[in-house]
Design a protein around this ligand. Structure first.
Ligand SMILES: Nc1ncnc2c1ncn2[C@@H]1O[C@H](COP(=O)(O)OP(=O)(O)OP(=O)(O)O)[C@@H](O)[C@H]1O
Ligand SMILES: [Mg+2]
Length: 511
């Protein structure tokens, strides 16, 4: 250890705090397979403690034990100096543990105000002062610098807004420990910045923040301590300054991960995907773009709003107000899913839980669902299904604890791989990918980038919607920047630096 890191370490060790949470030797198995294999960890007040690790490493499982969602098989949980056997969610909450889970849990039919105060609303038959509910919720949002009308229903909000409402709800409860499980996974730069500012403020107020994220730069900028889990065990825990990016990656993955912008053949001349004047309300306004065979065009903008609407329009789930779509030179009628599919266009949703996968069906069934549907075959018997799914599992490196679990039980990143495998193996002419690496670990991200790159190398036209400028810089040939539903800039990637792209996305002048 170098003298500097030793000094840093001393400072943390000498900090005049006793841990607010002390986890000792926690174990947890699902269906006989170990997700956590004896995890011990201390969380101190006033620290941002990053929990890192690859998809399926056990991060969410660990915070589920601490927040009482699951019960540990073995080990102890101490909160505020007291042992908490058989911890329930209710008790954890009373002890000051708040959590914004990885899977967002707003009640979509209720208003923002009701969601923020959920759990604090009076009993069903009591008199409720809605005016007071609204003003308390508005206050909670205002305190965090969030501008959202509290009378809108949660279902109308963008993913970024939903995340902010959940954060506001948990912060309002004023717990001692705030767990954020991938809060910025699919947020644009602005919302992610808001969350980071909030985390710093809470830390300075003495709250312990457990922050789970796959964004390494974000973790390095924010965290005081970092704990890395691999295969359900702690492989590193220490001050954030002890590890740089490469060291973190190596700890998480067990090897180096290299991101390279691969040399792809130049795109062909033929336009394979043409979108002209697509309009839908205020979410998408006069969106036009052409993508040639073998070309990747990035659509950079905050996840959620314009991007998911583009998914809806291109996949045929919704009919646009106006606009034209053609694939391989043939016009495709809009607003009809079968016509969109028949054209050879594949749209991969960013909302894998609601739209992309059927959580109760098995991993293999989900993998084969698209190809079986396209071939108009009924789902095959087990043996054959598993046999046909096996190569896909291998080439997409889908990892599961048990043989063929329900897809909803897989870790987030593995669900994302299943979703991509399901669509990209059906020989597309063109595809629209919405945030394909949302919530995936660094190694999986590199794998997915290779896959997307391989699609283009095979001559597929790829329209890649992403909230990450890095991702666009790594993959795309051209980029259109979208703000408020409109294209505000279009650039050739080769003439652009990463910083220029970020500046354009954040508020460069429309051109
Ligand atoms: N309810 C469950 N039933 C069965 N297996 C589960 C369940 N919850 C988690 N697992 C398994 O336990 C392992 C750890 O999952 P966990 O969700 O904790 O990973 P993670 O580190 O949060 O990953 P990610 O970064 O993808 O969110 C995974 O292999 C997952 O499939
Ligand atoms: Mg998780």
């Amino acid at each position: 250890m170098t003298p500097t890191t030793a000094l840093r370490h001393d400072r943390v060790v000498d900090a005049p705090t006793t841990p607010v949470v002390r986890l000792r030797n926690l174990t947890k198995s699902f269906g006989g397979a170990a997700a956590l294999k004896g995890v011990s960890l201390d969380i101190h007040p006033g620290e941002v403690h990053a929990l890192m690790g690859m998809n399926g490493a056990g991060k969410s499982t660990l915070v589920h034990l601490l927040s009482g969602v699951h019960q540990a098989d073995g080990g102890t949980i101490e909160i505020g100096g007291h042992d908490q056997p058989g911890l329930t969610t209710r008790r954890a909450r009373r002890l000051g543990i708040s959590m914004v889970p990885q899977r967002r849990e707003l009640v979509m039919e209720l208003t923002v105000a009701e969601n923020v105060l959920l759990g604090d609303l009076p009993a069903p038959h009591a008199l409720v002062s809605w005016k007071s509910v609204r003003s308390q919720a508005a206050r909670a949002l205002f305190d965090l610098g969030i501008e959202i009308d509290v009378e809108r229903t949660a279902g109308e909000l963008t993913v970024a807004e939903q995340t902010m409402v959940e954060v506001a709800r948990e912060v309002r409860r004023g717990g001692k420990v705030l767990i954020l499980d991938e809060p910025t996974a699919c947020l644009g730069a602005e919302a992610a910045h808001q969350i980071r500012t909030l985390v710093r403020t809470l830390r300075d107020d003495g709250v312990a923040v457990i922050h789970i994220s796959h964004h390494i730069d974000e973790v390095l900028a924010l965290a005081d301590r970092v704990t890395v889990l691999r295969d359900g065990a702690v492989v590193h825990s220490g001050p954030a300054g002890d590890l740089d990016e490469a060291g973190l990656v190596k700890n998480m993955v067990g090897r180096d991960v290299v991101f390279r912008r691969p040399a792809r053949p130049a795109p062909k001349d033929e336009v394979a995907l043409s979108i002209r004047g697509l309009c839908h309300g205020r979410a998408v306004e006069r969106f036009s773009v052409e993508v040639r065979r073998g070309e990747i065009v990035g659509v950079l903008g905050p996840a959620g709003d314009a991007q998911s609407r583009l998914f809806d329009l291109l996949s045929g789930r919704r009919r646009p107000d106006s606009g034209e779509l053609s694939v391989d030179g043939a016009a495709v009628p809009l607003g009809r899913i079968p016509r969109s599919l028949a054209s050879g266009l594949r749209c991969v949703t960013g909302d894998r839980r609601a739209l992309g996968l059927i959580p109760e069906l098995s991993l293999d069934e989900n993998l084969m669902l698209a190809s079986d549907r396209l071939a108009r075959r009924r789902l095959q018997r087990w043996g054959s299904l598993t046999r046909r799914a096996a190569p896909l599992r291998r080439s997409y490196q889908v990892a599961a604890l048990t043989a063929n679990p329900a897809v909803g039980r897989l870790s987030g990143g593995n669900q994302q791989k299943v979703l991509l495998a399901k669509w990209l193996e059906t020989s597309p002419v063109a595809c629209f990918l919405e945030d394909p690496t949302n919530g995936v670990d660094v190694a999986a991200m590199a794998d997915i980038h290779t896959l997307v790159d391989g699609l283009a190398a095979r001559g597929v036209a790829v329209l890649l919607a992403s909230s990450s400028a890095e991702e666009i810089m790594r993959l795309a040939d051209r980029v259109v920047v979208v703000r408020g539903g409109r294209i505000v800039a279009e650039r050739d990637i080769t003439t652009l630096t990463h910083d220029e792209l970020v500046a354009t996305a954040l508020g460069g002048q429309p051109q």
